[in-house]
Design a protein around this ligand. Sequence first.
Ligand code: SF4
Ligand code: SF4
Length: 253
Amino acid sequence: MANKIKLGHVHLSGCTGCLVSVADNNLGLIKILDDYADLVYCLTLADVRHIPEMDVALVEGSVCIQDHESVEEIKETRKKSKIVVALGSCASYGNITRFSRGGQHNQPQHESFLPIGDLIDVDLYIPGCPPSPELIRNVSIMAYLLLEGNEDQKALAGKYLKPLMDLAKRGTSGCFCDLMVDVINQGLCMGCGTCAASCPVRAITMEFGKPQGERDLCIKCGSCYGACPRSFFNTDVIEEFENINELIAGALK
Ligand code: SF4
Ligand code: SF4
């Protein structure tokens, strides 16, 4: 068996729900930790105090720019990691922390929170509030194949991860308005309703076959755009759906 990769979880201004989603892989997570990855850093689960070298850093939460330690932590994470993953919508898009304005006891000056991509280069996003356990699992296995697999496995992992890498290149804002600007306004919406199903706060309803957003409910998680089959549709990978499912199921046996 190839070498295990070094996996870390970096906790910034997040709620730990993303880590719960990691753990919600149940025995799948134990299998990953047995065979494919060592968890070298995770303040919630392990007593390692300082950020070590990591192959893959799963970063949860946004960065409070008035908190010197958090700013240093994200820079250190970039320096020490081969692949930085924004895990969940706070790290990717700011999410609920976009609404922070400070003025609360006992750090009233802690008012500005940015997605990690505004401070460092991020390699890929796993959006979602919470992000899905299956996607976290798949990304972990694909990252392993990318770093430790044979040439075919590396190529497949590269294809699988590409849309999530493209999301990271696209920007750090997530909102219902993404559907308006980048899907509906572009003549791409086919009224499938996937966006409405993916919204964690039910801010989207389908009206006359097209999504209608309740903007005051939207928490700016970016899930709807990520889930929309007209945001990106990676035919290379979708056509290999069964192979990929078998590969992942086989890896977890
Ligand atoms: S998921 Fe995309 S294509 Fe489907 S209804 Fe929503 S915006 Fe339209
Ligand atoms: S509409 Fe829903 S899924 Fe889309 S960004 Fe807002 S909260 Fe997230």
